[in-house]
Ligand binder design. Structure first.
Ligand code: HEC
Length: 206
């Protein structure tokens, strides 16, 4: 009985070492790069942002529908959803701090909002992809810490939108946390309130 136990324990030890060796080999940079989907922003050699292909596995923040800022012309019968995603590590960090860490990437996916189809009688559902906006925090790379990018469906990389564009001023002047529109992301707004990270621009307007 005792002998069997010793044998079993020895077998367990061998297994333990085998799995440890496996785990350590998994940490080798080459292997890790293949195994773990890349979350941090990646750039081409000429400084364009590579499209974050895996964004659909990230955390979903909210879907806006037909939202319009500051007197934008309405586009007739055209309706659109905006789905916002953020990389999981940044979301986790926001839970603790109420703001975004460096290398945060937020993606807005634009989709056609269709009314007629299948058994639907009222309301709208999401169909064709129309494009993306991307907002990246990379303090060393962008003078204002954040950079904006636009992508057409299928495009692999995109140049930085210049700092003079309206993207930067509207986000700086109205967004609730660190130039992001947390006031429209219902799981994040209560955290920002609790942590006291709301921008003064937002507090003035609310
Ligand atoms: C007049 C104000 C305004 C302008 C100009 C503007 N945005 Fe936004 N943006 C918003 C609002 C409001 C939201 C949140 C609601 C939503 O999803 O549309 C938002 C959300 C976003 C998000 C989701 C992440 C975040 O920061 O909250 C991205 C990405 C984004 N905008 C990119 C852009 C880009 C790129 C431009 C310029 C081409 C731009 N925006 C111009 C108001 C603006």
């Amino acid at each position: 009985m005792f002998d069997t136990c010793v044998m079993l324990n020895a077998a367990k030890l061998v297994l333990l070492f085998a799995s440890l060796a496996f785990a350590i080999s998994g940490l080798r940079p080459g292997l890790a790069a293949n195994a773990v989907p890349q979350e941090t922003p990646q750039y081409t050699s000429d400084g364009q942002l590579k499209f974050p292909e895996q964004y659909r596995t990230w955390v979903f923040l909210s879907a806006g529908m037909d939202m319009s800022y500051a007197g934008d012309a309405q586009t007739g019968n055209m309706h659109m959803f905006e789905n916002v995603f953020v990389n999981a590590a940044a979301y986790e960090s926001f839970q603790k701090t109420g703001t975004w860490p460096d290398k945060t990437t937020l993606v807005t996916e634009f989709r056609d909002a269709q009314g007629k189809g299948s058994i639907n009688k009222h309301g709208r559902f999401q169909t064709d992809l129309m494009g993306y906006d991307v907002h990246v925090k990379d303090a060393k790379r962008f003078p204002g810490k954040w950079g904006f990018f636009g992508f057409n469906p299928g495009s692999k990389s995109s140049a930085l939108i210049p700092a003079t564009a309206a993207c930067y001023t509207c986000h700086a002047d109205h967004a609730a946390v660190d130039t992001t529109f947390v006031q429209f992301y219902p799981t994040l707004l209560p955290i920002a309130k609790r942590k006291g990270t709301l921008s003064s621009a937002y507090k003035k307007e609310n």
